[in-house]
Design a protein around this ligand. Structure first.
Ligand SMILES: [Zn+2]
Length: 227
């Protein structure tokens, strides 16, 4: 059996990035789509992801931050409740400035739980700022798993698949992520599907119970070239 852990990191505030940021990426959107979509909606794709995944009868995990530049996670309250109601998982997208401090992680977790109304068990650090002391802290706070680890930025190999147990935390290394595929591995849009196929095949050849962990950022669905 092969398992796919599909997830979306929600990196931007609900209102999207500043207008200049969007305008400087104008050529990464289809012209027609760019014209007819409000700038603040170009990065917002939660309902679209839900629709796609519903069609294939799958559920993913959305990792939300609790710090957004000029925004607030509470702006996402309706999305989070909607996702949760339909059995998507909500995880914490911890800020890199929190990870060395147990209380800071605790506060982030509690803030997100004040919206979900139930325990958050999954964590991923923004920018994948993993460090070896993190799993121990996460265990103390009642998390079950983390998925912040990646050994390289430009390789897809055995080390970036499967999972390991560290201090009672199940650690899923990130196998495939839009940002690394496009930016560091320089893979073009039209080659992405075959790259996924190759990775799935490699996973199947390695072990019977293989896990491939995928990040496809929430904001890149309408945009070429990834996060
Ligand atoms: Zn992030």
């Amino acid at each position: 059996m092969q398992y796919i852990f599909l997830s979306h990191d929600v990196d931007w505030r609900k209102q999207g990035p500043p207008l200049e940021h969007i305008l400087s990426r104008k050529d990464r959107f289809e012209p027609e789509l760019f014209e007819k979509t409000k700038p603040e909606d170009l990065y917002r794709n939660i309902p679209e992801y839900m629709e796609i995944e519903e069609k294939f009868d799958i559920r993913s995990t959305f990792f939300f931050r609790t710090f957004y530049e000029n925004g607030d996670v509470l702006d996402y309250e309706d999305d989070i409740k909607q996702l949760q109601k339909s059995n998507w998982e909500i995880g914490l997208h911890t800020d890199p400035s929190s990870i060395d401090n147990l209380d800071k992680i605790r506060l982030e977790k509690e803030k997100l739980e004040s919206i979900t109304g139930k325990q958050i068990v999954g964590n991923r650090v923004h920018f994948l700022n993993y460090n070896p002391e993190l799993p121990n802290k996460l265990e103390k706070l009642g998390f079950n798993y983390d998925s912040s680890l990646r050994h390289s930025k430009d390789r897809i190999d055995e080390k970036e698949m499967g999972y390991s147990r560290i201090h009672g935390i199940i650690e899923f290394p990130v196998t495939l992520m839009d940002a690394y595929l496009f930016t560091y591995m320089k893979i073009r849009e039209e080659k992405i599907i075959s790259e996924f196929q190759k990775t799935l095949d490699l996973g199947r050849s390695l072990s019977e119970n293989n896990v491939i962990s995928v990040i496809w950022h929430d904001n890149v669905l309408k945009m070429k070239g990834g996060r």
